[in-house]
Structures are given as C-alpha cells and as structure tokens.
Ligand binder design. Structure first.
Ligand code: NAD
Length: 350
C-alpha cells in the first residue's frame, strides 16, 4: 500500500453499483465461497480480535447497530439496521455500509456498501458453520423465509456444501415465487412449498430466515427430527426469535460470540448459563462439531463484527481484480498538517 500521506487522503469507495459489478464479475456463489474462506481464516485467529457485543439503538420499528472490531493492524465497523416492517413499506429490512481503517494512523482505507455484502457474508458464515456441523451427506435444505437473504443462502449451500434441493416456504407466496424464479438455472432443484412442515420434509438442513419483531415460532418441536442441522439466522435481536424453546433444549447449540448471542439470539429463551459452544473453538479443533448422526446441531446465528471485517478485507483485496470503485476525497490533507484553517482559506482564493 502506498504510504504517501496525500495518497492516503483518498479512500476507495465501493458503491452498490460497484458491488453488483464485483458480484457479477466473480459470480455470487464463487464470491460467497471465497468470503467463507476469509471468515474461517479470521475465526482461526479469534483470540486476536477486539470483541464487543454490537452497540444497538432500539426503537418500536427496529434497530440501528454499530459493529466494531480490530485485529490490531486494521480496524473495521459496520453500520446496519433491522426494520422488519420496512418490507411492507417498500424498503429493505436490512441496509448497511462499512469501513476499514489503519490502526497505526487511524486513516480509513475502504468505505463500502454492505447491504449486498451482508447477504454474502451471512450466507458465507452459514456455510462455514455448516461445514463443521451439518450431516456430511446432506443434500436437501429447507429455506423458511424467502426474503432478501434467501437466494444467497441457497446458492452458498449448493456451492460449498453440495446441497442439491432447496425447499422454499414463506408466509408470503410472492416471496417464494420470487426466490424460485431467481434460483432457476443455478443447478439447484427448487421446490416451492405451501407450509413449513412440507418444506422441512426430507431436509437434513433447515435454514430459518424470517423477519418479525416478536418471539415467533417458525419451527415447533415436533417439526424437528433427529440428526438435522438448523441454521437459524432470523432471530438476531432482543425480543426477536424463531424457534420453540423445546427445540433448543434438544439441540447442541453453536454461537459466534456468546455475550452478543445471549442478548440477541435464540438462546434468549434459555437460562443465562445454558451451555453453548463457540464456533471458533470448533473451527480450531478445540471443541467438537457434529458428533453423531442423531444429534441436532443448531447454529444460533446473529452476525458478528469479525464476519463483516472479513468480508470488508475480502472486498479490499478484490479492488484491483475488478476495478469497480471510486476514490473519495474524504480526508482533509493540508500540506502542513497543522494548517487546516489555511487550507480552507486558500480554497476560497482558488
Ligand atoms: P426480508 O424482510 O427481506 O425477508 C423476510 C421474509 O420472512 C419475508 O419474505 C417474510 O414474508 C418472511 N416471514 C415473516 N414471517 C414468517 C413466518 N412466520 N413464516 C415464514 N416466513 C415468514 O428479510 P431478510 O433481509 O431476508 O432478513 C431475514 C432475517 O434475517 C431478518 O430478521 C434479519 O434481521 C436477519 N438477518 C440475520 C443475519 C445474521 O447474520 N444472522 C444477517 C442478515 C439478516
């Protein structure tokens, strides 16, 4: 990286349009697989990271959150919202942007849209967890909730886990029809279903990805047979869960960062000391993932800052591969660092 101060004053910015160019250049499934490797690599150096539950500002309608972390060399954060009622008003439920910065001088080195990138990184994180937890011979996945995240999840499981069939269900049939249309010609067998029960029949992996700001029951206990892997994404906020408590009591539960998941995840419904296993421990071999064929494994995903950091790191590394970004004049850089005022005055004359 060029360390000339004037060069550092320009910050690469990846817009939504640029991100779409990057995704279409690399291919969505391939990009998710590559981000998964970055996420897994960062989980392997978990102990190095600054970690904190995200800083959340809650309202009646939803939540706005900041998700910071640092590996000591690079600092990153994501701004993200979650507004379940947005969809009915024609807005996205989740929108985001993120920043990477140098720790040594504090200068930002990347500003990026993260609405699309969050969908990619969430799918990538799901398959990182499933690589260690799902039954090895899994070929069928139920996908409950067919909103913005849905196709990214389906493609990720097809590409990385070898899932051949995805069974779609959403309370809104238009969402299922949209997802089925978008997944045509991807190599996946797509089966739209009329109920959650129909969707999970024959599935070895169940992904729940619904948005509703309440303690919802997307899966009841009798729907979940032994041996399945549940990838629970939608419950990611205080007062917002998807699974009946009895499912949790029958499952081995894997989480990203317990202090955050206890606040936001499915395990809100359990006692504060209910045992959970941290995903990084499974990835590094400190803890066991799937043990046997009858075990129910549950990835209680809420989305953690290191995953966004990994995704931003990945995007930064692709800048020259695709060339889809602009340089933002984001930092004031007077020739004499103390003469900020003089720089403003000279601009008036220029
Ligand atoms: P979205 O609003 O685009 O889609 C949600 C879908 O869920 C909608 O199609 C809706 O009709 C459906 N739905 C609602 N209630 C349902 C029910 N009872 N049964 C079946 N379907 C139902 O939202 P999205 O962007 O796809 O996100 C989905 C959820 O995932 C949100 O809650 C979001 O906060 C969460 N999320 C989590 C992570 C993570 O890292 N864990 C990342 C991104 C999003």
């Amino acid at each position: 990286m060029d360390l000339t101060p004037s060069k550092l004053a320009y910050v690469p910015f990846v817009s939504v349009d640029d991100m779409m160019k990057i995704v279409n250049h690399i291919g969505a499934a391939q990009m998710i697989a590559e981000i998964a490797d970055y996420i897994e690599a960062d989980f392997k150096r978990w102990e190095l990271f600054d970690k904190t539950p995200r800083v959340a500002a809650h309202s009646e309608e939803g939540v706005i959150e900041l998700m910071p972390t640092s590996d000591g060399e690079t600092y990153g954060f994501k701004y993200v919202n979650g507004h379940p009622a947005n969809m009915a008003r024609g807005f996205q439920t989740v929108t985001a942007f993120g920043v990477l910065a140098r720790v040594d001088n504090g200068y930002p080195v990347l500003l990026s849209e993260m609405t699309i990138l969050t969908a990619l990184r969430t799918a990538a994180t799901s398959v990182v967890a499933a690589r260690h937890l799902a039954p090895k011979d899994a070929k069928v996945m139920a996908m409950i909730g067919n909103g913005a995240q849905c196709e990214f999840q389906a493609l990720a499981f097809h590409k990385v886990l070898g899932i051949e069939e995805v069974r779609l269900y959403d309370i809104d049939p238009a969402a299922t029809a949209k997802a089925a249309r978008n997944l045509e010609n991807t190599g996946l067998r797509v089966v739209p279903c009329k109920t959650g029960e129909e969707a999970i029949s024959g599935a070895q992996i169940i992904t729940t990805c619904t948005a509703d700001k309440q303690y919802a029951t997307i899966l009841t206990d009798n729907m979940v047979g032994s041996g399945v892997h549940i990838n629970a994404i939608g419950g990611d906020c205080p007062g917002k869960t998807e699974l009946h408590r009895d499912i949790l009591l029958r499952s081995d539960i894997f989480v990203e960062y317990p202090p955050q998941t206890r606040i936001e995840g499915e395990i809100q419904a359990l006692e504060a000391d209910h045992p959970v296993t941290e995903l990084w421990e499974v990835i590094t071999g400190k803890a066991q993932g799937r043990r046997d064929a009858r075990q129910i494994t549950l990835f209680d995903s809420v989305g953690f800052a290191t995953e966004d950091f990994s995704a931003l790191r990945y995007v930064r590394d692709q800048l020259d591969r695709v060339g889809a970004y602009v340089q933002l004049d984001m930092l004031a850089d007077p020739d004499d660092p103390r003469d900020l005022f003089g720089m403003v005055q000279r601009a008036k004359g220029a």
